[in-house]
Design a protein around this ligand. Sequence first.
Ligand code: GAP
Length: 462
Amino acid sequence: MPAPDLETIVSLSKRRGFIFPAAEIYGGFANTYDYGPLGVELKRNIRDAWWRAMVRERDDIVGLDAALITNPRVWVASGHVANFTDPLVDCKKCQMRWRADHIAEGQYGEVKRDAAGNLLCPNDGGELTEPRQFNMMFRTQVGPVQDENSTAYLPPETAQGIFINFENVVASMRRKLPFGIAQSRVSFRNEITPGKFVFRTLEFEQMEMEYFCHPPKDRANPAEYLALHREWIDTRLAWYRDTLGIDASRLRVRNHEKEELSHYSAGTADIEYLFPWGWGELEGIAARTDFDLSSHGKESGHPITYFDEDTKEHVVPWVIEPAAGLTRTLAVTMLEAYSEEPDEKGDKRVVLKFRPNIAPVKVAVLPLSKNEKLQPLARKVYDLIRPIWMTQYDETQSIGRRYRRQDEIGTPLCVTVDFQSVGEEGVPGDDAVTIRERDSQAQIRVPVSGLMTALRERLPGC
Ligand code: GAP
C-alpha cells in the first residue's frame, strides 16, 4: 500500500529526519530541501544500488565524475543556451510568474478565461502577459570581472560531462563499442513551477548513463539501434521493480509522440510512476543518435570519433541515454514503502517497508530498559554490528515505542538485549539476544556468537 498522499510523506520526512524544507528559520526558499541524517543515507543507498547495477555488475560501463562548472561553450554545443527554455507568463495584477504550458495543461486546476478566451492568472484571475521564453540554466561568473565573457553555467544535467570526456575514456580505458559511461551528481534548473516536494526542485541529483554503440548501417531505418533502446527501457524498468521494490502496477512506460521529439532523436520513452497526483516522469530513456558527439565536435573544432578496428574507419558513435532523477526516485521509494497496519494490540503502526539494501538504518540495538546492567552487553553488541551496517543505539522510552520509531524509519531488524541475556538474581545470563523483524514482527532468539551470521542472512545485498 503506498502512502495515501504526499503530505503524509512530507510530514514523516521532517518528523523523522529524512528531508527538511530548506532555510526554514528564514521562512524557507521555494523548491529547495535539505536532506537530514536519514535522507542522506537513503539517497546514498539508492545511488549505490544504481551504481552497482550500472557499473559494478557490468563489464561494459565505467564511471565518471566531471566538473560541474565548465567551459560555457559546452552548453552552446548541447543546445541548452539556445533551447533550454520554458514559456513563462506574468500576472499583470499580482506579478506572479507561471509556466504557460502548465496553465494550459491544467496543472493548476480549472483556470478562468477572459471574454476572448485567454487564460487568466490561476492565483487572482488577473490578465497574463504574452508568453516569453525563459532559459532555465543558472548563470554564474568565473573570475573577478563580471561581464559576458566571464559567464558560466551551473549544469542542468550531467550528460554533457560524459560526451566531452568520450575520447579520454576510450583512450585511457581501452574501451571498444558498445560501452557506457555513467555519472551521478547534482544538477540545477531554475524551476519556477511550485514543486511537489522533492519531485521538482532547483537543485536535484541525477543518475545518467550514455551508452555508445556503432552507428547503424541505415540511418533512416536503424533497427538494431532501436532494439538496443528497447533493451535499455526493459533493463531500467526492471531495476525500479526488482531492486527498489516498486509495485509494477504503479510503473509504466510512456513513448514520446513524434511531435515531442527533438529533430535528431530516434525515440524517447519515459518510465513513469503513479504519484498521488497522477503519472509523472522518473526517468527518460532517449535514443539521441550521434547528435551530442557531433555537436561537440563542431563547436570545439575537434571532431569526436571512434576508430573502428574492423572497418578501419573513424565513426561517430550513436548513443542511448537512460537519465534518472535520484531525488525524485527517493520520493517514490518513500511513497511506495509507506504502510499503515495494526500492531499486536490493534493500534496503528506506520512502517516504511524499504528493501534492506535501501533502508537508511539496517539494525537498531535496543536494551530492554535503561537499566545499567543491560548496558555492557548492549554496547558490546552495538560495537559488533556498527562497523558493518548502519546501526542505531536507543535506550530511551518504552521498548514498544522504540519499535514503532524504528518501524517508521524502515529499520529492517532490531536487536533487543534483556535480563535473560545478562542474567539476574543469581541466574546466569544466556548470552543470547532477540532479533525482531520489522515486517512480520517475528522475534527469534540467537546467541551473541551467532548474531552476525543471523543478521547477514536477514540483510541480503547489504
Ligand atoms: N540528460 C537528459 C536529462 O537531463 P531530463 O528528463 O530533463 O533528461 C532526467 O531529466 C531526470 O531528472 C527526470 O526524469 C527527473 O527524474 C529528474 N529531474 C529533472 N528535472 C528535475 C527537477 N527540477 N527536480 C527533480 N528532478 C528532476
